[in-house]
Design a protein around this ligand. Structure first.
Ligand SMILES: Nc1ncnc2c1ncn2[C@@H]1O[C@H](COP(=O)(O)OP(=O)(O)O)[C@@H](O)[C@H]1O
Ligand SMILES: [Mg+2]
Length: 249
């Protein structure tokens, strides 16, 4: 089926992303072969999967950083990506890191606004090496958001943060997404994080999605709620992980 055909099949919401038979191999290693995926506009998709299943490979393709794939995909031009490491330029101050590569008269103001939205107004002139891990990741988020992405791609963005900072970053991300409504594809290893944030959960395994589940629970979600724990147990099951805690629910 053509991409147009696929797009028209989508019920009422316009798709933001359409993957149509996408394949990617590295020498003999076939990561995907004919992967299909459609993501609605404004949908918050979380991808889980064991290490090495191709999550980062998929995000790099979606970001336009990897063009060595087969098949076709559609994605908005306005795309941003952030990684586990903040990847800040050490010899530029925070504001200059956020506005890096942007042009126009209002760039400075946009950068300031993006930093205000992540709560870092007081760090505008700071050097990256003076920031905590959480602050650096906020800068990375501001750098992603200042580009006004229609598609926000996040590859284990909170994976290196302590538990408390991670919770604060999850809340911040939800606030930013509620305000700006990008479509989001977030990769995480944290199943609870996935269930708390996702409109839709995908589990990638051996080159295909073995679970594709909508999470219809209202926001904000409590990690202790029985629904969250039930879905968490289902996802762990799909990942082939036995979990005692979920047996106790
Ligand atoms: N640049 C590369 N060269 C060779 N193999 C790669 C490269 N990038 C990824 N791979 C391989 O592709 C597979 C998927 O990798 P990756 O997408 O990083 O997995 P994940 O993010 O799910 O842990 C792995 O087997 C990895 O070794
Ligand atoms: Mg990865």
């Amino acid at each position: 089926m053509t991409i147009d055909g696929l797009a028209k099949e989508s019920a009422t919401v316009e798709p933001a992303v359409v993957l149509d038979g996408v394949g990617r191999s590295f020498d003999d290693r076939v990561v995907f072969d004919g992967l299909d995926l459609m993501i609605d506009k404004g949908e918050f998709v979380v991808i889980l999967g064991h290490s090495g299943t191709g999550k980062s490979t998929l995000l790099r393709i979606l970001a336009g950083l990897d063009r060595e794939f087969s098949g076709r995909f559609l994605a908005p031009d306005q795309r941003s990506i952030a990684f586990q490491e903040p990847r800040l330029v050490p010899w530029r101050r925070v504001l200059a890191n956020v506005t890096l590569g942007l042009t126009g008269n209002d760039v400075q103001n946009r950068g300031r606004e993006a930093l205000a939205e992540v709560g870092l107004t007081s760090h505008i002139r700071a050097w990256p090496n003076t920031l905590s891990g959480g602050e650096a990741q906020r800068v990375a988020l501001a750098r992603a958001m200042v580009r006004m992405p229609e598609l926000l791609l996040l590859d284990e963005p909170f994976g290196a943060l302590d538990a408390l900072t991670r919770v604060q970053m999850q809340i911040l991300l939800m606030e930013l997404c509620a305000k700006h409504r990008p479509s989001v594809v977030l990769v995480t290893h944290d199943v609870e994080e996935a269930v708390l944030l996702a409109d839709r959960l995908l589990v990638l395994h051996e080159g295909r999605f073995i679970l594709d589940q909508r999470v219809a629970l209202p926001q904000p979600r409590l990690r202790t709620s029985p629904d969250v724990q039930r879905i968490r147990a289902e996802v762990l099951g799909a990942l082939g992980v036995f979990d005692e805690r979920s047996e106790l629910q």
